[in-house]
Ligand binder design. Structure first.
Ligand SMILES: [Zn+2]
Ligand SMILES: [Zn+2]
Length: 351
C-alpha cells in the first residue's frame, strides 16, 4: 500500500515558479530512474534527504525552477510529491514531452542491472502515483520510458516493469486499490486534504462527518482548515500513522477502519476526543529554550508519566534529555524536538 509524502513532509523548498503550460491529456506519464549510481536507500529514513538532495541539485546546479519530477517513488513504497498534479515538468528532455507527460522517477539506481533495486513496493508506488495522475491530474493512458523521447538509458532496468505499473494490475488484493475499497467504506477520492491553504472539496465534508461520527470535535463544512488538520494530526498519532496532518489514502481508510477507542497511557479507557490536548503548532527545542504555555502542558504530562522534567514552561536542557529518552523508548525519531508525533505520543500509546 503506497503512501504519499507531501512536499512539506519531506522538507521541500518552494519552487522559484511553476508553469501550467501543460496538457497531459495529450500524453500521459513518463517513467524515470536515478542514473549512474547506487541510489536505493536500505533504510527509508534516508529517502527524504535523498529527495531534498535531488531538489537542491535541480534548483542550484541546473538552475531549474523546482525538482524536475512530478513524483518520486522509493523502493519502500512511498510516493514523494515533486511538482505535483497540474504542473509542467522539466524532466522529460524535450519541450514537447514536458508539455504532454508527467514525470515519475524511481529512486532505484543506475543503468547497470546490478545497481537497480526493484521491489513490489516500488512498483505499487508507481501504480498508485499513476492512478492519481489519471484520476485528478488529467493524464492520458500512456506509460512510457524517458528514452522514448530522446537518446538516454533512462529508465534503465525499470523500463522492463512498466506494464506492471498499470493501475489495476498486480495482485489485486490490495484493500486500498482505488477500484476496490473495503465494504461500507467510501472510496478514497484521490485528493489530499491538507492545510495551509484550506482544501475545499466535497470529500473534505465526507471525512469531517466521519470524524465527527467517531466523536471528534470538528466542523463539517467541506473546508479542510486548521481545525481539521489538528484532528488529523491527533488521529494519525493515535493510530500510528505517519503524522503529517494530511488526509491521504492511508489516513482516509483508517478513518473508517481503525478501531474507535484508544487506551490512554494512564490506563483509562477513553474515547478519542479530548484525551490529548491539540498540538500547539510550535516546535519545542533547545538550545535556545523554547518558552511557550504549551511547554508546561507537555512537561506536566511527561512528569505524570514518570519522566524527569521540571514543570516550568521553558523547554530546557533537562526537558530535551527527557524528550530524547522518551523518543528512543517509543521508537520515534530521536531528535530532542517536540513536534506533533512526540507531542501526541505523550498522551497515546503507539500500538
Ligand atoms: Zn529520465
Ligand atoms: Zn524510502
Amino acid at each position: 500500500m503506497a503512501t504519499f509524502v507531501s512536499r512539506s513532509a519531506w522538507g521541500a523548498r518552494a519552487p522559484k515558479k511553476t508553469s501550467s503550460d501543460f496538457d497531459p491529456s495529450r500524453g500521459g506519464v513518463a517513467v524515470h530512474h536515478t542514473g549512474d549510481v547506487r541510489f536505493a536507500a536500505s533504510s527509508h529514513s534516508r529517502c527524504a534527504s535523498q529527495v531534498r538532495g535531488i531538489q537542491n541539485h535541480h534548483m542550484d546546479a541546473n538552475g531549474w525552477d523546482d525538482i524536475a519530477y512530478t513524483y518520486l517513488v522509493c523502493v519502500h513504497g512511498y510516493v514523494f510529491e515533486g511538482r505535483g498534479v497540474g504542473v509542467r515538468t522539466a524532466a522529460n528532455g524535450t519541450n514537447d514531452s514536458n508539455y504532454r507527460y508527467y514525470a515519475v522517477c524511481g529512486l532505484v539506481g543506475g543503468t547497470s542491472a546490478s545497481y537497480d533495486t526493484i521491489t513490489d513496493q516500488l512498483i505499487d508506488g508507481f501504480r498508485t502515483a499513476i492512478a492519481r495522475l489519471r484520476s485528478v491530474g488529467n493524464a492520458a493512458a500512456a506509460i512510457t520510458g524517458h528514452k522514448s523521447f530522446l537518446a538516454t538509458e533512462c529508465p534503465g532496468v525499470l523500463g522492463r516493469h512498466m506494464s506492471a505499473m498499470e493501475p489495476g494490475s498486480g495482485d489485486g488484493g490490495d484493500p486500498t486499490d482505488p477500484t476496490d475499497p473495503p465494504p461500507g467504506v467510501p472510496q478514497w477520492p484521490g485528493v489530499l486534504l491538507h492545510y495551509p491553504p484550506v482544501t475545499t472539496h466535497s470529500s473534505a465534508r465526507t471525512w469531517q462527518q466521519r470524524m465527527r461520527d467517531r466523536g471528534w470535535t470538528i466542523s463539517v463544512d467541506g473546508a479542510y482548515g486548521e481545525g481539521s488538520r489538528r484532528v488529523c494530526l491527533a488521529f494519525q498519532a493515535e493510530k500510528g500513522l505517519s503524522v503529517d496532518g494530511v488526509v491521504g489514502e492511508k489516513t482516509w481508510y483508517a478513518s473508517w477502519n481503525a478501531p474507535i477507542t484508544a487506551t490512554a497511557l494512564r490506563g483509562d479507557r477513553v474515547s478519542e476526543p479530548g484525551a490529548a490536548p491539540n498540538w500547539p503548532g510550535v516546535l519545542f527545542s533547545w538550545p535556545p529554550k523554547t518558552v511557550h504555555p504549551a511547554v508546561r502542558t507537555w512537561q506536566r504530562q511527561m512528569r505524570d508519566l514518570g519522566w524527569d522534567v521540571g514543570v516550568n514552561g521553558a523547554y530546557d536542557q533537562r526537558s530535551r534529555e527527557a524528550c530524547r529518552a522518551f523518543q528512543k523508548a517509543r521508537g520515534l525519531t530521536v531528535d530532542g524536538v517536540v513536534g506533533p508525533a512526540t507531542w501526541y505520543a505523550a498522551w497515546y500509546a503507539t500500538s
